[in-house]
Design a protein around this ligand. Sequence first.
Ligand code: PTJ
Length: 254
Amino acid sequence: MSEVPRTHPRYASLMTREKLVEGVGRGITGLNGLIAQGRGEALDYLIGEVTTAPAMEAERAAAAMLLLAEGPVLSVNGNAAALVPKEMVALANKIGAPLEVNIFYRTEERVKKIADLLRGLGAGTVYGDEPDAQIPGLDHARAKAARGGIYDADVVFVPLEDGDRCEALVKMGKRVITVDLNPLSRTARTSTVTIVDNVVRALPNLISLVDEMAGQDEAELRRLLEGYDNRAVLRRSVEEMISHLTHQFSALDG
Ligand code: PTJ
């Protein structure tokens, strides 16, 4: 990694970039992952680079959904593998869920590297390198999935997912939780729970929430989910962006 001085005002953001560049160097992250991160950074700037109230509400709903799920699976792509590999493994282990490497720009070599990385970090079951099923409605490479993993899951946690695949998973009857800084993307609008937050903040938040909520009874978790409205949360996320921009805009006069 290149030297980033800790005193730099954008230290956290620069370190995130470094992790992705390193991910590309290690053959874990695709080159397109850098472009996706750039788009993410711009959108993160619009929400003030903080977890907003609607994002926190979505994270709470996601934690409840994961705790109530019968067969949850956590999907890992090249960006998640570079930015939050330990957190993905920790969350999977906490809820007793398998992980599945599920990448958009698929090469078998990259799938294997990500699976090995997760196993090396203490993951239990990792699917993805020996797919034996197809998600209906997608072309061959993008349809690959594993029985026992995403193919059979009732709840799939899939940060930074592509819109087509998200739709295909929902069509299979799965509940989909995603993390996407774009509240207007097709993935954001299609998912059951959309967390409009940076994945580097969302994962630690989810781990704390799962710890905190694991003691709650099922009826309480179900009530929380019944009261959750993803469309309303997306609208509030857009409002957060407008309000932050308006505030920044007024500051130009000061
Ligand atoms: O490793 P692969 O081959 O599976 O590829 C992964 C990427 C992310 C490159 C691939 O899935 C892709 O192209 O994704 P998209 O369609 O660009 O969508 C990524 C979405 O995630 C966009 O809406 C971005 O704004 C958002 N995003 C990018 N970085 C972050 C993010 N959301 C949360 N946290 C981020 N750090």
